[in-house]
Design a protein around this ligand. Structure first.
Ligand code: AQP
Length: 350
């Protein structure tokens, strides 16, 4: 065993999305645009988290199709498989292995506080899968298997990121002697930083401005999918719920008006302007004018992505090749982490 101080990577990004349906504007504005930008400055690892998807029932044939669809959406949105590692979670065993170790590190009390479990389990939590309950431990394993330092996500994932940091900290402290013996004087796992930035960190449903836009919302009108065609995008924005007033001229006037807040926020995020700028143009006017221009803007930004997704989906073998290559590169990083975790914990490895 060496005694020189080993360090963790300083600039490594990990994030993922569930293949539970088509990616939507919330996924795009909340996470994807930051993922794309970070490719220029960081070592980036982007995953399709299929093991997370099965915490709720998924039709197997649809799940397989969704994994390829989300991969196509990643590439069409601007993730470059040569610059970043793009892969599918279940093809890298380290995620499930490390998640088990973290099931033994995380405390029940920590998981009891997770609001996403309460939202997704609904009223009868006895009928929820155990996987749904320990989902945040798997998410911690996803990130820490690569000892990632930065995690670009939407606002809804903040609590899970805090749990990831708690798990990393407890592991580093519980096993500090073994970690130091391996030569890591500053802990084995980094405490990863959430990257929650931009105007679209919390995009809400177009049918109810108090609920987040979500793939699993039964109403198709609640979300704009990034693969929607121009007519569908325009129709969904036209039908978006509003309130009876005109748009306010100042940001403070959006308080207590969740639908107005949401549409102005989406406009701001897509046009990379501030809420103030949008209200300078549309304040005092009716929603119809804002909606018309928002539809044009959304089509301008999303239509090229939809066209590219369709092209990529026509060649599923190429998508599978990208995923296989990504999984191979991901395994090379994650496997040594797992080997060292086994040494630290006292498990024998082959
Ligand atoms: N409405 C949103 N606004 C901003 N960011 C969002 N994200 C999701 N919804 C919004 C961000 O997208 C990334 C991937 O999310 P996910 O696919 O892992 O799962 P999710 O957060 O549970 O998204 P959905 O759409 O609500 O999926 P379902 O319905 O399957 O649960 C994350 O970074 C998330 O923050």
């Amino acid at each position: 065993m060496t005694t020189t101080n080993k360090t963790v990577p300083a600039n490594r990004v990990f994030s993922g999305m569930q293949p539970t349906g088509s990616l939507h504007l919330g996924n795009y504005l909340g996470a994807m645009i930051n993922w794309i930008a970070m490719q220029e400055s960081h070592e980036c690892i982007y995953c399709i988290v299929d093991l997370h998807a099965i915490t709720l029932w998924q039709d197997p044939a649809e799940l397989r199709q969704s994994i390829r669809k989300v991969t196509a959406a990643y590439i069409a949105s601007g993730l470059d498989p040569k610059k970043s590692i793009l892969f599918n979670q279940s093809q890298v065993p380290a995620h499930a292995e490390l998640a088990w170790v973290f099931n033994c590190v995380a405390r029940l009390g920590w998981l009891d506080r997770m609001t996403q479990f309460k939202d997704k389990a609904g009223k009868d939590k006895q009928r929820a899968s155990v996987g749904l309950y320990v989902y945040p431990n798997l998410m911690a394993a996803d990130i820490l298997a690569y000892r990632a330092t930065h995690v670009p996500v939407g606002e809804d994932q903040k609590q899970h990121l805090e749990l990831t940091r708690d798990i990393a900290q407890k592991f580093n402290s519980d096993y500090s002697d073994g970690i130091a013996a391996l030569g890591y004087n500053d802990g084995f796992f980094p405490l990863p930083e959430p990257v929650i930035q931009g105007a679209g960190t919390r995009v809400m449903s177009l049918r109810d401005g108090t609920k987040k836009m979500s793939k699993s919302d039964p109403s198709e009108l609640s979300r704009i999918n990034i693969s929607d065609d121009a007519d569908t995008i325009a129709k969904k924005i036209r039908k978006a719920k509003t309130d009876p007033g005109d748009l306010p001229s100042e940001v403070a006037g959006l308080d207590g008006r969740p639908e107005a807040q949401n549409l102005v926020g989406i406009f701001a995020a897509l046009s990379q302007q501030s809420h103030d700028d949008i209200l300078k143009d549309f304040g005092g006017g009716q929603f119809s004018k804002l909606k018309k221009e928002l539809a044009e803007l959304a089509v301008e930004k999303l239509a090229p992505i939809a066209t590219e997704i369709a092209k990529l989906e026509a060649d599923p073998a190429e998508i599978d090749r990208v995923l296989a290559d990504g999984a191979c590169r991901a395994r090379e990083i994650a496997a040594p982490t797992i080997d060292q975790v086994k040494d630290i914990v006292g498990l024998l490895r082959s």
